[in-house]
Structures are given as structure tokens and as C-alpha cells.
Design a protein around this ligand. Structure first.
Ligand SMILES: [Zn+2]
Length: 615
């Protein structure tokens, strides 16, 4: 019967002749094609025809072959073809912080390690480098779409497009000075420019990424929502990651994070993608479901930071779209989603002491169609269906020990295969990785740069490190600035922001007119203000950040560190006194400039900038 059927098909193909076959760019043939469609269709063996970046057909091999003449055919009969994986939460550039800080809970990890490292190590160029490394790793391990939140997200977007991957990329808004924005207003303005720039990008969905409810006030969160809605963009946020966060938000706002977000209208509008959701109440799970909030579940990061076990089965039962994320490489410490699938399934089983708590198929679904739905891209990606983007992964094959015999293909994907077993990764019909070669990223160059950046960051972080800039300021006068000081976890102690103006406003006039004023201010802080904060800024190498009179003015007067964003966007305003310009340039060169600016040699231990003598 079967033979007759095949003969019949074969005759049809012969009769039809090649001239009647539809043209396709690529035909992929695999032992199993897991479509991840609504009916969980598996074709064994199956084939997919790709044309113009889109799935033109998927089905049994004989049927697809009977309809299409492809320019290229890729056959792997002992491999599994599945939709490209969707990483629902990561911070791509944080590959530079891989293996950087272990054994800490989230709060200490962030405030004593990650925020300080970022304050001195994150520049446009380091973000570019870290992103390239991440893109190479993702392409190699079968991730075709990732949802990202970071600084200089425009650079992440540029590199993502260049590498040919797909990204939902969020420009971060956070309540303290960060490398790409000195304050919330600047971060919002930057996010807006980003949304405008990528409004019609085929591979990038631009998003607004308020960091969390514990690092932002209500007003700013509302402005993020409004901005996202104005552009029809998703809003990305961390929610309910740790018990400490839940308690902190409850204490400050009277509600737990998800309920707090709901109460201020954060979910009323377009799509929200919430990372983690480890500790939601039953009521909060209902809110997520009702509001269509997508969840990025990051089991390995939650395990590594000791955050807890997200109630994934309950979220799925409630109808929440749950995707899988690696989180940034610093808390994982890789971007291999196959490990995440494996871990996600096993973590639920061990937490519930029930081997049926989350099965292999459900875990594979979270990494594909579930992630796509969580990001609001369920109509375009996440399953292999006619008309959807040809984002595909060919996995296993070559009869390697450890991969055979295969058994159930879902079980194979979840529990057997690793990212290193990916044979081919395709995004929108373009091969970005095949048999050991990442075709769109110069991996060797990216790796070399990453090692260099890491060395520089570690040097800047270490108090005896060689990349220290040093400015000795001399106090020449005295006045009491109106200081709003707050801890921002610099590696050196504190970053202090001065609010604009005081009752008299003359601070800023003096600042603009005369370098002596700022020297006075710095020394005043150095000798008095910071002692009250524990004396951590009593050393000349410490960091002081000031807001200056116009929006475009910002000065980092003393720093051991890097980047030295003197103002939003890194451009010096026309009115800058020459001595500030020189100081800034010298510091930038010394610390974390580009490799070319910095040269190969060690920087001098002392900048030799004499503020007192250089007006
Ligand atoms: Zn995160």
C-alpha cells in the first residue's frame, strides 16, 4: 500500500516535470520536523521549503519534494528540524561579565558587582563587542530571536541586524545614572529616539525597558507605558524576581510588584513582557493572564542567584504565555537555550516532587512558540507553518554517540541535545550558523575584543588596578551645595548626584563661569559630605557625578573608572570650558576608550591633570 502510494507520488512528480514545480530557495529535509503548531504536528521524515525568507511549505518529505524545486537542499535524515529558539529574556552585552560574580543573591550581585562593573565597563564599544559575542553564541546554539534589555540598545540593534538575528530590543530606563543616560529624562529621550529609528525594521522590534518596579518611581513607569503605547511598542520589565524584591516593593508601595504594576496601569495598553515572575501571588497570576502579559521564565538564572522556582505550571494553566530566557550571561553563565529547556522541565519536577509537573514537549514549546507568544510575535515566528518566517534549527545528526538512539524527538530536544549539537541555524531564510561556522559574525575577532574588554573592566574594578585615572582637586573656597546624595553602587563607593540648582541657583552659574566653583564643590564633598556616607569617597580616585545647569551638562569630576560620559550622548556642549574638555578627554583615553584610543600599553598610573592650574 505504502509502496504503491509512493510510486503514485513519484509518477505525479515525473508527470508534473520540473517546470511545474514551484521554485524555492532552500529545501530542508530532516528525520523529524517538529512544527510546534497548534496540533503538535510532527513529520517523520519531513521537509520544509523556504522561499523569500518565509516557510513556503512544511509536510512529509515526499509531499514537499513533489511541489518544490529548490536551489539548495539540506538533508539530515538523522536530525530534528524545529523552529528557531526564542530567548524571552536576556542582556546580550553582558557576555562581557560571564563568570564575573558567583555565589551572591540578586541584590548583592547587582549592587556590589554588576552595577559597579557596568558603571565603569559599559560603553558603546564594549556593548558592541559583548553583543557580537552573544550573537555568535546564540546563532551557534540555535537561538534565532532574543528579547533584550540593556544600555546603548541602538548598538545592540545595529549588531543584531548585521548578524541577521531577530530581536525584541528594549532601551533601558532605570532610576539612577547609567552609562547611556545620566537620568530618567535622558533615558526616556534615548528610548524614544530608538523607537523612532527602528519603527519599520524587519528584524528588530524596538521596545521600552523600564528596569523594574524597585528601581523606578511610579511616575517614570507611567511615562514608559505611555511612550511604548505611542509607538505601539512592547514594554519589557523585570517583575517579582526575588522575595527581597517583593518585600521591598510591598514596603514602599503597599503592594507586591505585579499588583503594584497593575495598580498604576502598567499593563493597561500594549504588550508587556515580564521577566522572571518567580514569586507571584495567585491574584497576580490572574492579573498576568487577564492582561496578556508575556512571561520570560529564566530557570538557570533563578537557580544560580538563589531566587526561587517560578510557578510555571500554574502560569501555563492560567493561560499566561510563558517563554524561556537565559537572562544575561553573568547570571547563567551561557546563552544556550537547550540547557534552559532541560532545566526548566527538571526544575518543576524536583520542586513538585512530581515527574509529570512539566513535560519535555511543554518545555520545548516554551522555548519556541511560547516565547514567540510571550513577545507578541506568535503570528510571525515560533512554529514551522506556511507563511511564517523561516527561522529554523537543525539539531543533532551524524550518528554521534550521546545522540543515538533518538527515541521521542521532544524528549531528545529537551533532555539529550545541547546547543553544541546544532547543525544549522537559519533566520528569515538566511543561514547564520552551519557546521561549526558562524557565518555572519567574525567570532575570532569578537572573542579577542571581549577578552581585552574584560581585562580592562577588571583592572578598573580592582582598587590597585592599572587603569586608574586620578585627579587631585584643590579646595579654594567654600559654599554648601544642595546635594541629593544617593547610593548608586560604584565600585569606588558612591556616585553622588547633585540636583539642579539650589534655592539660590548660583551654584550652577558659578560652575558655568568658573572652574574654581566646581573644584570647591568637589573638595567640599570629598572632605565633608562623603565622610558622612562612610568616608568611601575620601580618596581622590572616587567618583562624583554632577548635573550641571543645562540639560546637556554633566561632569564626572574624579574617577578611577571609565567611559566618562560627560553628558548624554557623549558630546561636549559648546559652552564647555576648555579645562573640562581636556580633563574629560584625558580620562576617556586613559580609562575605557576604544582599543585604538587606548593603545596596547598600560596606562599611566596618574593622569597628571591639574585642575587647579588649568582653567
Ligand atoms: Zn534580567
Amino acid at each position: 500500500m505504502n509502496a504503491i502510494f509512493l510510486y503514485y507520488l513519484y509518477s505525479l512528480v515525473l508527470l508534473a516535470g520540473p517546470q511545474d514545480l514551484s521554485p524555492a530557495d532552500t529545501l530542508l529535509v530532516a528525520g523529524h520536523v517538529l512544527t510546534m503548531d497548534e496540533s503538535w504536528t510532527v513529520h517523520s521524515p519531513g521537509a520544509v521549503a523556504v522561499k523569500d525568507g518565509v516557510v513556503a511549505a512544511v509536510g512529509p518529505e515526499a509531499v514537499v519534494r513533489g511541489r518544490f524545486a529548490a536551489r539548495a537542499t539540506i538533508e539530515a535524515r538523522d536530525a530534528v528540524l524545529l523552529p528557531g529558539l526564542v530567548n524571552a529574556h536576556t542582556h546580550a552585552p553582558m557576555t562581557l561579565f560571564r563568570g564575573f560574580a558567583d555565589g551572591l543573591p540578586l541584590e548583592a550581585w547587582l549592587t556590589t558587582k554588576i552595577f559597579p562593573a557596568e558603571s565603569c565597563g559599559v560603553t558603546e564599544e564594549s556593548v558592541r563587542c559583548g553583543t557580537r559575542v552573544a550573537l555568535a553564541e546564540m546563532a551557534r546554539t540555535g537561538t534565532t530571536t532574543f528579547c533584550d534589555m540593556y544600555y546603548f540598545e541602538d548598538v545592540v540593534a545595529e549588531e543584531t541586524i548585521r548578524a541577521g538575528l531577530r530581536g525584541v530590543l528594549g532601551s533601558t530606563v532605570i532610576g539612577f545614572p547609567v552609562p547611556d543616560a545620566p537620568d530618567v529624562a535622558a533615558a526616556l529621550a534615548r528610548a524614544e529616539r530608538f523607537l523612532e529609528a527602528h519603527a519599520t525594521s524587519p528584524l528588530v522590534v524596538p521596545a521600552v525597558a523600564p528596569h523594574s518596579t524597585y528601581t523606578l518611581d511610579v511616575e517614570t513607569l507611567k511615562r514608559c507605558r505611555a511612550l511604548a503605547d505611542r509607538f505601539g511598542a512592547p514594554l519589557l520589565i523585570h517583575l517579582s524576581e526575588t522575595k527581597a524584591e517583593v518585600e521591598d516593593v510591598r514596603t514602599r508601595f503597599g503592594r507586591t510588584p505585579i499588583a503594584h504594576a497593575e495598580s498604576i496601569g502598567l499593563f493597561s495598553g500594549g504588550r508587556t513582557v515580564a521577566a522572571h515572575c518567580v514569586h507571584p501571588t495567585a491574584e497576580e497570576i490572574a492579573i498576568l493572564a487577564r492582561r496578556g502579559v508575556g512571561v520570560g521564565h529564566c530557570p538557570e538564572s533563578n537557580m544560580k542567584l538563589g531566587s526561587g522556582v517560578a510557578p510555571v505550571p500554574a502560569l501555563l494553566r492560567a493561560g499566561v504565555a510563558v517563554g524561556l530566557g537565559t537572562d544575561g550571561a553573568a547570571s547563567n553563565d551561557d546563552l544556550d537555550l537547550f540547557e534552559e529547556i532541560d532545566t526548566a522541565a527538571k526544575l518543576q519536577k524536583v520542586a513538585a516532587l512530581d515527574p509529570t509537573a512539566l513535560d519535555a514537549r511543554a518545555a520545548v514549546a516554551m522555548a519556541t512558540i511560547g516565547g514567540a507568544r510571550a513577545l507578541g510575535l506568535g503570528e510571525r515566528i515560533g512554529s514551522i507553518e506556511e507563511g511564517k518566517a523561516a527561522d529554523l534549527v537543525l539539531l543533532g545528526g551524524s550518528g554521534r554517540a550521546g545522540l543515538v538512539p533518538m527515541g521521542d524527538p521532544y524528549s531528545f530536544v529537551a533532555y539529550v541535545a545541547k546547543g553544541s549539537d546544532v547543525k544549522l541555524t537559519m533566520v528569515a531564510g538566511r543561514v547564520v550558523y552551519r557546521d561549526g561556522e558562524t557565518t555572519t559574525v567574525d567570532v575570532a575577532a569578537a572573542a579577542r575584543d571581549a577578552v581585552r574588554w574584560r581585562e580592562r573592566i577588571e583592572a578598573a574594578m580592582s582598587s590597585s588596578g592599572g587603569a586608574e585615572a586620578r585627579i587631585d582637586v584643590t579646595w579654594t573656597g567654600g559654599f554648601a551645595p544642595h546635594v541629593e546624595s544617593r547610593l548608586v553602587a560604584s565600585s569606588r563607593g558612591f556616585v553622588v548626584r547633585l540636583t539642579r540648582g539650589g534655592p539660590s541657583g548660583d551654584v550652577w552659574e558659578k560652575f558655568g563661569a568658573d572652574g574654581a566653583a566646581i573644584r570647591a564643590l568637589a573638595e567640599k564633598l570629598r572632605t565633608s559630605g562623603f565622610e558622612a556616607l562612610g568616608g568611601k569617597l575620601s580618596r581622590p580616585k572616587d567618583m562624583v557625578v554632577m548635573d550641571a545647569p543645562s540639560e546637556s551638562w554633566r561632569l564626572l569630576i574624579g574617577s578611577t573608572t571609565a567611559g566618562l560620559e560627560v553628558e548624554p550622548g557623549g558630546q561636549l556642549g559648546a559652552g564647555y570650558p576648555a579645562w573640562l574638555r581636556e580633563t574629560r578627554d584625558a580620562l576617556s583615553k586613559l580609562a575605557m576608550g576604544t582599543p585604538a584610543e587606548r593603545g596596547e600599553g598600560d596606562p599611566p598610573a596618574d593622569l597628571g591633570v591639574d585642575l587647579a592650574g588649568s582653567r
